[in-house]
Design a protein around this ligand. Structure first.
Ligand code: R5P
Length: 282
């Protein structure tokens, strides 16, 4: 009886992360500060997050940013990052621990918990054990675990490495895996029995590169994106998330999504001009 209730909870939470209508998701990542500090365009997280909420299926962030920067009445599923304990100026980014308890995650009404694994790094074993423990907790309470395959500078982001990391994450019980897009991405997806979503990575020079990346990832089997910088470091974040969303949920091709992006950017500029004029008139 208890088990079937938990089953329902797990399914319910998974459906919040990957809406079952099309099995795809647009997760917006704003967890970067957990090791990078006040990253460009995420200095004041509430300002970055607020305009994107209507277009995101879920939000990935730490408990500190959730509490301080998201209105509790916002109707947005939360993917809570629970690994950390390192910084960009420290010794080794792979030396992560679980930094948020399962009880805290439940209190915060998290729909999913995210944790990084560093396959091939000095702390590979530690981070894989972190994942295993978190999966035990998540399964106990019906909360899915998203494993983030973090890639060290010395690793190649190729399908062999990413396929290995994703498969290990799934074998250890992750219900969902986040990785990077790569050549032969379909092989990564094929070897991973749970949904794979992609991170956007560093801001790409051209908007069309972001759209192409998203299109290719979906085309080759990704269940969606967990995208951060390529959305909110854009000069027009709302226009960008709308274009990404159209690729993920509406089967737009790159040309169609770019046309949408251009149209939305124009609308955005008009709104900004109106706001400036109203500001002058006050
Ligand atoms: C990285 O460790 C963070 O978990 C980010 O959430 C992830 O990289 C996705 O964000 P971006 O699209 O900016 O790479």
């Amino acid at each position: 009886m208890v088990e079937s209730k938990m089953d329902w909870g797990m399914k319910n939470r998974m459906s919040k992360i990957i809406p079952p209508d099309d099995g795809r998701c647009v997760m917006v990542a704003v967890d970067h500060g957990y090791f990078l500090g006040p990253t460009d365009k995420l200095e004041v997280p509430s300002k970055t997050i607020r305009p994107l909420l209507p277009f995101a299926d879920s939000l990935m962030l730490t408990r500190g940013i959730l509490r301080t920067s998201v209105n509790p009445s916002a109707n947005i599923p939360i993917v809570l990052r629970v690994s950390g304990g390192t910084s960009i100026v420290g010794q080794d980014l792979s030396n992560e621990a679980i930094v948020t308890s399962i009880e805290e995650a439940i209190k915060l009404n998290a729909s999913c918990l995210a944790l990084s694994i560093f396959v091939g790094s000095k702390y590979e074993n530690q981070t894989l054990l972190n994942l295993s423990r978190l999966v035990d907790d998540g399964e106990e309470y019906g909360i899915p675990i998203l494993a983030v395959t973090a890639v060290g500078k010395e690793m190649d982001r190729d399908y062999r490495y990413l396929g290995l990391a994703c498969r290990i994450a799934a074998e250890l019980g992750a219900r969902l895996v986040k990785t990077y897009y790569c050549e032969n991405f379909e092989k990564v997806v094929e070897g991973c029995p749970v949904p794979v979503i992609i991170a956007g990575g560093k801001k790409l020079p051209k908007e069309t590169d972001v759209l192409q990346l998203t299109y290719d990832a979906i085309h080759y089997g990704a269940a969606g994106v967990d995208m951060g910088r390529n959305i909110w470091q854009s000069d027009h974040p709302v226009a960008m998330i709308k274009a990404v969303r159209a690729l993920v949920h509406e089967n737009f091709n790159v040309k169609e999504s770019y046309e949408l992006l251009v149209k939305e950017k124009e609308r955005d500029k008009e709104v900004q001009q109106q706001q400036q004029q109203q500001g002058f008139m006050k």
